[in-house]
Design a protein around this ligand. Structure first.
Ligand code: AMP
Ligand code: ZN
Length: 470
């Protein structure tokens, strides 16, 4: 398997640390609202990575966090539930939108059962975050300020560690200012908050540090450092997220995790997906140019069409979202499904068999080449065209079914779910065939129209009538 690693800026041959299990951590959603489809692009990329590793023969442990405490969570929980205590309001908000998130993940066929989901506000996580902050403080890399505990970039670099492993920060401005906001701008280096002491009406946890009582809450970056290494140990294999997370989030995760240990590697490979754009701009809540999966469904599109749209682009390329491109993706998905339904229409015929196991290997090879989904889909499309023309022979039904099952495991497009038509619909097709043979064109047309009204199209081939869903 080859993967582009943001740490080296190269496509590398991927080697797991322990051959028997690839350990992956994906930055998950902040559950303060519906996630948008830009976020979903990131989660589809992570899901496709895991599916590709599986195709390469690896077992995986895939951890995704749920950010259920941060500035946005607190603001929204006040807004929605002003009558609850801050802790109750936060919990209610998180539960509500975690349920929505899981629904969205399932709808686009990310394999939720293949992940271990971890939560920032779990008691054990909070304790573990506090232990890490204490360790950083004891190593004199963290310091206490009037509004929280901060990470000192200067102390970190003085300890011989490199700040700027994922991107070149030497050219960027270094500022003495401390930053409390988790999502600070991209062109300056700041000491950042590990722990924020309580402001009015915020959910908070007790924390004693060196005789100071620091009732408060964790910063965003330390949550991921803690949850990833608690679940996967350090170093682990692959860390994923969108490119906007490279700095400061992932850079800070590396710094926090490696500061007070002799281990200099946090994760051996960072895989970052490019953004989903709208009219050339990153889809984001702040620009108010976002759509959710609900918007897509309300416009009559299937969630899986969005998965198809994402797979059509390489994960490291920007992808412009429009309703026209979504429609084209839905049509392409439908074409694949119509080929998959040929398994219900296998015919006795003598045709040279297609070597499906070789085709599957080629498609898998594209996926193992830095997850080249556009190439994999092009190969799959070319193969489907062949079947569309020559149909499936009874003798190749087993290998065809196996092939479609494996493609589903790889791409998550759910092609095997395509059902057979009903007995009544089959009878209509047989009646039309009889009408045609007796040259009763009017009845033949009526029957075709009736089938069309039920979403079934038909075409006549040299070996008989073939149906497909419109
Ligand atoms: P957030 O909840 O903002 O931390 O985002 C969750 C994931 O979505 C992160 O990996 C982000 O990098 C990613 N993300 C956010 N916006 C986009 C976008 N427009 N396109 C692709 N990924 C995105
Ligand atoms: Zn994270």
């Amino acid at each position: 398997m080859r993967l582009f690693n943001t740490l080296t800026k190269k496509i590398e041959s991927f080697m797991p640390i322990k051959p028997e299990l690839v350990r992956i951590y994906s930055c998950g959603p902040t559950v303060y609202d519906h996630i948008h489809i830009g976020n979903l692009r990131s989660f589809i990329a992570a899901d496709t990575l895991r599916r590709s590793l599986r195709a390469a023969g690896y077992k995986t442990k895939h951890v995704m966090n749920i950010t259920d405490i941060d500035d946005k969570m607190i603001a929204r929980s006040h807004e929605l539930y002003p009558d609850l205590t801050p802790e109750q309001a936060l919990k209610k908000l998180a539960q509500k939108y975690e349920t929505v998130f899981m629904h969205d993940m399932t709808a686009i066929h990310n394999e939720v059962e293949a992940y271990e989901f971890v939560h920032a506000t779990d008691q054990e996580t909070i304790k573990s975050i506090q232990r890490l902050i204490t360790k950083l403080y004891d190593a004199e890399i963290a310091y206490i300020a009037d509004d929280g505990v901060y990470f000192s970039i200067e102390k970190y670099t003085q300890a011989g560690k490199k700040y700027g492993q994922l991107l070149d920060l030497t050219k960027q401005n270094t500022s003495n200012a401390r930053i409390q906001n988790d999502e600070y701008d991209k062109d300056s280096i700041h000491d950042f908050a590990l722990w924020k002491t309580r402001k009015d009406e915020e959910p908070a946890w007790e924390f004693s540090l060196d005789g100071h009582e620091l009732l408060g809450r964790p910063g965003w970056h330390i949550e991921c450092s803690t949850m990833s290494t608690d679940a996967l140990n350090m170093p682990f294999d692959i860390h994923t997220g969108g490119i906007d997370l490279i700095f400061p989030h992932h850079e800070n995760e590396i710094a926090q995790s490696t500061a007070a240990t002799s281990e200099s590697i946090y994760a051996t490979c960072f895989v970052h997906n490019e953004h989903l754009l709208v009219e050339g701009k990153k889809m984001s809540k702040s620009l108010n140019n976002f759509f959710t999966l609900r918007d897509i469904e309300e416009k009559g599109f299937e969630p899986l069409s969005f998965r198809m749209l994402c797979l059509q682009a390489h994960y490291r390329s920007q992808l412009n979202f429009s309703w026209e491109t979504l429609q084209a993706a839905q049509n392409r998905l439908q074409n694949l499904r119509n080929v998959a339904t040929l398994r219900w229409q296998a015919q006795e015929m003598s045709k040279d068999p297609i070597d499906l196991s070789a085709s599957l290997s080629e498609i898998q090879a594209s996926m193992l080449d830095d997850i080249d989904t556009p190439n994999a889909l092009a190969k799959l499309g070319a193969l489907c065209n062949e079947f569309d023309n020559r149909l499936v022979a009874t003798s190749e039904l087993e290998s065809f079914t196996h092939f479609i099952t494996e493609i589903d495991a790889l791409l998550g497009l759910d092609l095997m779910q395509q059902k057979d038509i009903t007995k009544d619909q089959k009878s209509l097709i047989a009646q039309r065939e009889a009408a045609r043979q007796s040259k009763d064109w009017e009845r033949s047309d009526t029957l075709r129209t009736q089938l069309l009204s039920e979403g079934i199209g038909i075409r006549d081939t040299e070996t008989g009538t073939v149906w497909y869903r419109t």
